[in-house]
Design a protein around this ligand. Structure first.
Ligand code: F3S
Length: 105
């Protein structure tokens, strides 16, 4: 499966949503996740993300952190199938790291 990682937080470009053939993205206020049990591993979303937030789960952190985050939030957030309007201030967060911890705890 593919997973959405820290770079997406507060950027949320949503280009990924438009290309997913199985509509497996779920939307939080400032972050998107992939439902790992719905992702068919096609990989088309990976190059679409301008900030490289999407990676295969083989590139997850050793403890499987992002797979867990994606699985958990995909269960509670609504499905998103059409690209919405990205946050106006997203550029200021594009190079920031550790965003998930900063804005989700
Ligand atoms: Fe996030 Fe990149 Fe999609 S910033 S919403 S994973 S295109």
């Amino acid at each position: 499966t593919y997973i959405v990682t820290d770079a997406c937080v507060k950027c949320k470009f949503m280009d990924c949503v438009e290309v997913c053939p199985v509509d497996c993205f779920y939307e939080g206020e400032n972050f998107l996740v992939i439902a790992p049990d719905e992702c068919i591993d096609c990989g088309v979303c990976e190059p679409e993300c301008p900030v490289d937030a999407i990676v295969p789960d083989t590139e997850d952190e050793p403890d499987g952190k992002w797979l867990q985050v994606n699985a958990e939030y995909a269960k509670v957030w609504p499905n998103i199938t059409v690209k919405g309007v990205p946050p106006a201030d997203r550029e200021q967060y594009e190079r920031e790291t550790g965003k998930f911890e900063k804005y989700f705890s």
